[in-house]
Design a binder for this molecule. Structure first.
Ligand code: NAD
Length: 435
């Protein structure tokens, strides 16, 4: 039976390589709409967890994972040879940076090399990992076609970026526009047909490079705009202007303005990393993407700004950072999710430790945290703990925090996220990034 028919009647077997924040939701979604899905990951604990129906990704609904596992629509394994029997392979492995902020495609290369052993006619391979424009055609395609398969004829290869926004309650994988760029028109059409089975809106583009560039552009757009507001915040601080009031006022304009908010830096697996993929690639074309570098410089400077400002706050109370008990509230990279990756909070905390501050923290999503080789445990926010701190430092504004209580009992609150915006009492104790 042809691949198109197998997609239409859902008898196609779908392999999802990498069962993380992107891969697991995708695997569950495809199993839910009726495909048989085999999840492949190199970490045995993740595979075991999936096979027991134990969820570890907040965007996946526990009951949905259980249901697809119990009905054997989703099975996980560490054995890559199952790829031999897959009709469709979705690659969702990490794309980190090296220490020198260069693209690290180790996982993609490794998976592609293994896949090249099992690739067969009538197979669709889609890369979902975020990467620089050219990866699909320059890194993946040559390996998959080395045995003579022809893309667009007997093998279908495409790039389709994942745009999931962790924690977003409105937009999930199934109702977010899915970009699809095929190596050939036939590749694009097969990939589009496949995604149409589970995702409401598909937006085909003319090539994998366009899809790859679009995904990175979206994240550069965020990085640059966050940097802009972070820079404005530093100016507002010197000019004694409340930056949040400025942003709210600017947001009353019905066109041409989109609010971005300042913070102690940027985090997660996307914004701090992806722009550097493009910056690296652009050098091959004798171009230096200065916006990207500048945005990175400003955003990466924010943890230092926070530490410097905290030092000045303590100064006002006749204290210094050394031996000051600082109660950090929120350590994940954004509110209400459990993802600690690249969190600016950990950078701020590491800098504070180096200055000799005494840290404790509270985060409902992060029971323990390794900092400078030492394990810290999340503590409940109590009036006593707040009162015995030199400062409560809000680095991630989780909605579970009781901001009224925090402001009431802490001697001073340095709020880097405007989490205390609805608190009406003791506002004189609240210090924002710009005030
Ligand atoms: N997390 C997000 O919000 C998000 C959003 C859009 C795009 N992306 C992109 O999606 C890709 C995956 O990100 P993620 O957040 O899911 O990462 P993740 O770390 O949560 O998951 C990746 C998974 O791949 C597995 N893995 C690593 N190397 C492997 C290998 N060689 N073989 C098999 N499995 C391997 C890991 O064990 C892990 O389970 C990245 O390129 C990222 O930039 C992430």
């Amino acid at each position: 039976m042809s691949l198109v028919k197998k997609i239409q009647d859902k008898s196609a077997r779908v392999g999802v390589v990498g069962l993380g924040y992107v891969g697991l939701p995708l695997a569950v979604l495809n199993a839910k709409v009726g495909f048989t899905v085999i999840g492949i990951d190199e970490v045995p604990e993740k595979v075991e967890s999936v096979n027991k129906g134990n969820n570890y990704i907040s965007d996946v609904v526990d009951a949905e994972l259980k249901e697809v596992v119990e009905s054997t629509r989703l099975v996980a394994t560490t054995d890559f040879s199952v790829l031999r029997d897959c009709d469709i392979v979705l690659i969702c492995v990490p794309t980190p940076l090296t220490k020198n902020k260069e693209p690290d495609l180790t996982a993609i290369v490794k998976v592609t090399e293994i896949l090249s052993r099992y690739v067969h006619p009538d197979m669709l391979v889609v890369l979902e990992s975020t990467t620089y424009p050219g990866t699909t055609e320059e890194v993946i395609l040559p390996k998959l076609t080395q045995k003579g398969l022809m893309a667009g004829k007997d093998l279908f290869v495409a790039f389709s970026p994942e745009r999931v926004d962790p924690g977003n309650r409105t937009f999930k994988t199934h109702n977010t526009y899915k970009l699809v760029g095929g190596v050939t028109d036939a590749c694009r059409d097969v990939a589009q047909l496949f995604y149409e089975q589970s995702i409401v809106k598909i937006f085909p583009v003319s090539s994998p490079r366009v899809a790859e560039m679009t995904k990175v552009f979206e994240n550069v757009f965020r990085s640059v705009n966050i940097a802009l507001v972070n820079e404005l915040t530093q100016l507002c601080e010197r000019m004694k202007i409340n930056v949040y009031e400025v942003i709210d006022a600017a947001a009353t304009k019905n066109f041409g303005f989109m609010p971005f908010y300042p913070g102690p830096g940027v985090g997660g697996h996307c914004i701090p990393l992806d722009p550097y993929y493009l910056a690296w690639k652009s050098k091959e074309y004798d171009l230096h993407t200065r916006f990207i570098e500048l945005a990175g410089e400003i955003n990466e400077g924010m943890p230092y700004f926070v530490v410097n400002k905290l030092q000045r706050i303590l100064n006002r109370y006749g204290r210094c950072l050394r031996d000051a008990p600082i109660f950090v509230l929120g350590v994940t990279y954004k509110a209400d999710i459990g993802d600690p990756r690249e969190s600016p909070a950990t950078k701020v905390m590491a800098l504070l430790l180096r200055e000799g501050a005494l840290l404790r923290y509270s985060d409902p999503f992060t029971p323990t945290l390794m900092l400078e080789g030492q394990e810290y445990r999340s503590q409940a926010i109590t009036p006593d703990l707040l009162a015995s701190s030199a400062c409560a430092l809000i680095l991630t504004a989780h909605s579970a925090f009781d901001y009224d209580m925090i402001v009431e009992h802490a001697p001073v609150v340095f709020d880097t996220r405007n989490g205390t915006r609805h608190v009406t009492h003791h506002r004189e104790k609240i210090i924002l990034l710009s005030t």
